[in-house]
Design a protein around this ligand. Sequence first.
Ligand code: MTE
Length: 321
Amino acid sequence: MRIIHRPDWTISEARVTPEAVALARRTLLGGAGAALAIRPAAAQLSWFGTAKPLPARPPLPARHDPQFTGGRPLTPEEAAITYNNFYEFGTDKNIAWAAQTLPVSPWNIEIAGLVAKPRTIALEDLLKQESLEERIYRHRCVEAWAMTVPWTGFPLAALVKLADPLSSARYLRFTTLADRKAMPGLEQPWYPWPYIEGVTMAEATNELAFLSLGMYGKIIPKQDGAPIRLTLPWKYGFKSAKSIVKVEFVEKRPVGFWQQVQGNEYGFWANVNPAVPHPRWSQAQERLLGTNEMVPTQIWNGYGKYVAELYAGLKNERLFM
Ligand code: MTE
């Protein structure tokens, strides 16, 4: 028998929510069908904030790019950095403290595959070659929560240039850290570790695709993917791989972590679209972290003017899943 292990947003709510909240909600709802709409608001009461303050983070100053405003109020920092998906540290949202064991220094990134000169580069050497900027982007998780965050980093296109890919390279395949000593989530052997994600060359060199090393003007918190993560604001958040250790240029389309887990629900493209529901819930609205306000989801998460044309010739692909 094939056992399918699903992400936490697909499992019984009692497993992801403190019992009291789950019981209260069950009484309120009297049925499972409406669960997603109310689950995050209730759960958030216990998830936001941690019992003790998280470690202070050094500032990471950078020029602010006024082109990217986020278009809505910033999510309060406390809300954004204490409600996470980082399965290497556990399957609930409250992993911020657990993630403090993530070893971030020294940090090397392997540049491999179809490139002129495969090599491993120390993060500090990479940063000597890139200039940092700050951009405010909306982030939309496939689970229908969203946040608006000032990210500090540099365009993914700059890394592609540095890597000098061969003309046969069609995709980038990102591999993230899988360190058994530091990451208790790796004890769950049914997940296909390490966490992998991929994009096309055209997506990677698009103006929006970003590598983030900071949040809210400071070094990125460990729980958000220190020391370096992808930020792809027009796609569902699972495409934005955290704690990247390897970037490979490949000919074959990579199969991402969630695509391996549940390929009929999480695909390669995963572009945001309110009109294409997830097989088990609507994507028409999203809940803003911090206020719990429900707002309409926007196609391409509102970034169509940058990315829609990338997909013009791909009518037969499952672009929104
Ligand atoms: N990257 C790794 N390595 N492991 C993960 O579990 N979760 C993804 C993505 N990147 C994940 C990951 C998902 S589902 C989302 S929504 C975002 O990270 C969440 O980013 P945040 O915790 O900074 O909000």
